[in-house]
Write a protein that binds this ligand. Structure first.
Ligand code: ZN
Length: 204
């Protein structure tokens, strides 16, 4: 399905959709999430006052719409809330993953810090991409960049500043787990500003 600006309104990778909703319920509270799901036309996830995860996950436009409702509802607190949802979503993704992912993480412990960071970001990029997305990791000078050309959460949105706070939260949580310390992550460009991709700079 394509939108007016030629972007694809893809179905999110199933596990990403599930993990985002679970993380949002944990951080925002189930009651607030159900209200926002209903406001966003996503009543199929809110049945009989409970969060349900139907077979058919979120589409990109639905994720973008839900995050827009959250930005409106939380106002100045939205950035912090969405950031925490991203962090919790990373934890959910880890619980959802195969044992292979866990084994890889243990192997990675022996690597130098920068290689560990890069491999961890590449794992996150693969999860975000799914089968049809375009999320990649690049090293430029001494900084790592996660480049998200798919940028589901900006689909159909308008804003004057980068809005991908969930992704920033996922990157922060992934690197904290891999490196054992906090890392500076900043979204330096965003598709919502007309850029070709959302660009997250990571200072290791
Ligand atoms: Zn963005």
């Amino acid at each position: 399905m394509s939108t007016a600006d030629g972007r694809t309104d893809r179905s999110l990778p199933g596990h990403c959709s599930r993990c985002f909703l679970r993380a949002a319920a944990a951080e925002a509270g189930e009651y607030a999430l159900l209200m926002m799901l209903q406001q966003t036309g996503l009543a199929r996830f809110a049945v009989d006052g409970k969060l349900v995860e139907p077979e058919q996950g979120l589409r990109a436009s639905e994720l973008a719409g839900l995050q827009a409702s959250m930005r409106e509802y939380y106002g100045r607190g939205a950035r912090g809330m969405l950031n925490r949802i991203g962090e919790a979503a990373w934890t959910e993704l880890q619980q959802d993953e195969s044992l292979g992912g866990k084994a890889l993480r243990i192997l990675r412990r022996g690597l130098p810090r920068s290689a560990r960071a890069r491999q961890t970001l590449e794992e996150l990029a693969r999860q975000m991409s799914g089968s049809d997305g375009d999320v990649s990791v690049h090293l430029l000078d001494v900084d790592l960049y996660l480049i998200d050309r798919t940028s589901d959460s900006t689909l159909g949105q308008a804003a004057e500043q980068p809005i991908c706070w969930v992704t920033t939260g996922m990157i922060e949580a992934a690197l904290r787990q891999a490196l054992g310390s906090d890392v500076d992550v900043e979204e330096v460009n965003c598709r919502v500003l007309g850029a070709e991709a959302c660009k997250f700079r990571v200072r290791i």
